[in-house]
Design a protein around this ligand. Structure first.
Ligand code: ASP
Length: 350
């Protein structure tokens, strides 16, 4: 892809806003910008209900961060989404551990929780970390105690379906332990969850040109207890710069953490790349760096993992890209709420 550093218009706007805001007051400038821009919400493939909800709230003039959190709360609370919140797939001990981060553009503030157990909506707790503490990330028991102090109710997040999936996987793990293999042949639907992971990311820009973002997940199925993915790591699973844009991710957290992926996407947007181009550029860099780590490569020397970025820029344009071809993401552009196919870097051989 050719370098687009010459595309300066976008940066000029950004720098202009930054400098003039000091002199003339930020609010007026953002309103002026909003007249050119448009409201938008973008999310991962499991996020069509989230973008719908977020847009409803943006239309009511709600803060973009509140809008996206309300959007992902629907999916966190849904037992049928096995990648986040209630019903999320558990760690190797059969315990659901959740990660989430939020970031608020206008204040450049953020909060996160990791390895949080027994609380269905970690994104709400992440927002409280941002609002009610002088910290950016709380983990494990401390995060749970913090949530309880704020009135969250503890509940068992392991649904019967997720418990059954976990048990079968455990029984199949080895024939050198005391667990017999599953009695019956495993139902293919259940088996399809064995390598399951997933996450929801949702980003939005409001009529004033302010941005907000959230990422929330149960992480990798059968992860080692205490493993933290990219979702609660600001800069990796989520990053918002109110002068430039917002980005978030789903997919192989480890590869993303090692490359600060969402920060990179926003950084590429600040250099004039469109949201889709910025997502592709970040994936290209991650693919390149992964060549140094054999555990992240397939037999063709390409990334063995999936990774996807979602982005919105300050103009309200959105885009997303995936390491490998396939899948779709959700976008509400203010008029229509629909799925769009990902741009991609690589295509699998048939
Ligand atoms: N990014 C998540 C993690 O690494 C998993 C996923 O999105 O599939 O925990």
């Amino acid at each position: 892809m050719k370098d687009k550093l010459s595309r300066r218009n976008f940066i000029k706007t950004g720098i202009g806003v930054g400098a003039a805001a000091v002199l003339t007051g930020r609010k007026n400038l953002l309103n002026a910008e909003a007249r050119e821009g448009k409201m938008c919400s973008v999310s991962s493939g499991n996020g069509l209900r989230a973008t719908k909800k977020a847009m409803e709230l943006l239309n009511q003039g709600k803060d973009p961060l509140d809008a996206v959190i309300a959007g992902v709360n629907i999916v966190e609370s849904d037992p049928n989404d096995r990648s986040v919140g209630y019903g999320g797939l558990p760690n190797e001990e059969g315990i659901v551990e959740l990660d989430s981060s939020v970031m608020h553009g206008p204040t450049h503030n953020g909060g996160a929780v990791a390895s949080l157990r027994n609380i269905k909506n970690p994104s709400k707790v992440a927002k409280l970390v941002m609002e009610r503490t002088d910290h950016a990330l709380l983990v494990g028991k401390g995060a749970l105690r913090f949530a309880i102090a704020h009135g969250f109710k503890e509940e068992n997040l392991l649904t019967d379906k997720s418990r059954e999936t976990w048990l079968k996987r455990k029984e199949m793990l080895s024939d050198r332990d005391f667990w017999f293999p599953p009695k019956k042949k495993i139902d293919p639907e259940l088996e399809s969850y064995f390598n399951n992971h997933g996450t929801i990311n949702c980003l939005a820009i409001d009529a004033a040109g302010d941005l907000g973002g959230v990422t929330t997940t149960s992480g990798f199925f059968f992860k080692i207890p205490g493993r933290v993915g990219d979702s609660p790591i600001i800069g990796a699973g989520l990053y918002v710069d109110n002068d430039v844009g917002a980005a978030g991710s789903t997919g192989r957290g480890e590869a993303n953490i090692l490359n600060c992926g969402s920060f990179q996407v926003v950084n590429f947007m600040s250099r004039g790349f469109s949201p889709e181009e910025a997502c592709l550029k970040a994936l290209e860099k991650i693919s390149d760096k992964s060549k140094l780590l054999p555990r992240l490569l397939n037999e063709d020397g390409l990334p063995s993992f999936g990774l996807r970025f979602y982005a919105i820029n300050k103009k309200g344009e959105s885009g997303a890209a995936s390491m490998w071809r396939g899948g779709r993401f959700a976008v509400h552009d203010g008029k229509e709420n629909k799925f769009r196919p990902f741009a991609f870097l690589y295509e699998r051989k048939r």
